[in-house]
Design a protein around this ligand. Structure first.
Ligand code: ZN
Length: 317
């Protein structure tokens, strides 16, 4: 395991390249030592998080004459450790979204290794937040990390080009989805506030991965405390309307009410066509909406509570 402390100063990581090339450990940030010391102790902590590879020139895309993509240091003072991923490229749009994910793997270490793996399919994320609240940065915010994949929000695709991504360690629906610990949520909120403030991301731009890719993704899931984030000024939120009797629509139905539902979901930001047919895509989008804004029942059925919550959300914008 590499315990080398990497000073934050520009270019210094380069001089450590030989070391990093064989490093088995996470690269602690030397001049954050006061923070590390308060939190866990510089030298007394557990084994470093990961065997991260170097930020290789061979892996950083085609623009390294202008920007080699290296992290000179953390973008946020809340970051405790760097685990550089080689998986990123040049940003071509300004940042306007902050995307919340869960890792969906058995543990955080496995997820961090995956996010730094140079072998395909290559993925990455700007930040990983562990269950104890430790924040690791993997990709510089100015770079386009590969966390969101195919999807859209408010009619625009290439979500990666205009977003910063936070991976929150949780096994997810596949490996035992569970509530996010308090320390983790506090860290996510603090980090998100810092990111949103520095990048001038609008409140409504804080969304979940499943919002951008409803047919493929479930994260961060219905246990994610969006209300807590909203109370901290992050994301749009309205109180979910309680389950109630009333009009309800489901997959297979057709007609003007379905058209209206699809139009409203599109106004909220979801990638959906107004066809008047409650198809599988519509059910997936309703499911994604429920995970985020009406989590009491996540079933893809546009019941009266879901419809009213959607209207309240649109009215609150
Ligand atoms: Zn995700």
């Amino acid at each position: 395991m590499c315990r080398a402390a990497i000073p934050r100063a520009r270019g210094v990581t380069r001089t450590f390249e030989g070391l990093l090339a064989t490093a088995e450990g996470l690269h602690r940030i030397h001049d954050n030592a006061d923070k590390i010391g308060r939190h866990r102790g510089v030298c007394a902590g557990p084994p470093d998080r990961l065997g991260a590879g170097p930020m290789s020139d061979a892996c950083d895309g085609h623009d390294h004459h202008h920007d080699d993509g290296e992290m000179d240091g953390p973008d946020s003072p809340l970051v405790r450790s760097l685990a550089p991923s080689p998986n990123h490229d040049a940003r071509k749009e300004p940042v306007s979204l902050l995307i919340m994910h869960y890792t969906g793997m058995k543990d955080g270490m496995a997820a961090l290794k995956r996010l730094c793996d140079p072998n395909p399919p290559r993925v990455s994320c700007h930040y990983v937040v562990f269950e104890d609240g430790e924040i690791v940065q993997s990709v510089a915010e100015r770079r386009r990390a590969w966390h969101a994949g195919i999807g859209s929000w408010h009619g625009r695709d290439d979500v990666n080009a205009r977003s910063i991504g936070i991976e929150i360690v949780n096994p997810g629906h596949e490996f035992g989805y569970r509530p996010f610990p308090e320390a983790q949520i506090e860290a996510v909120i603090a980090l998100a506030q810092d990111i949103v403030g520095r990048n001038a991301i609008p409140s409504a731009g804080v969304i979940g991965h499943s919002d951008t890719a409803p047919t493929r993704k479930q994260d961060p899931g219905e246990l994610f405390p969006w209300k807590r984030l909203a109370e901290a000024g992050l994301g749009l939120w309205v109180p979910p309307v309680p389950l109630m009797d009333g009009p309800s629509y489901r997959q297979g139905e057709e007609g003007p009410p379905i058209q209206a539902l699809q139009a409203l979901l599109g106004m909220a930001g979801y990638g959906i066509q107004v066809t008047g047919v409650y198809d599988a895509l519509t059910a997936a989008v309703v499911t994604a909406f429920q995970r985020h804004w009406r989590p009491e029942r996540v079933d893809g059925v546009a019941d009266a509570s879901t419809l009213r919550t959607l209207r309240d959300l649109l009215a609150a914008r």
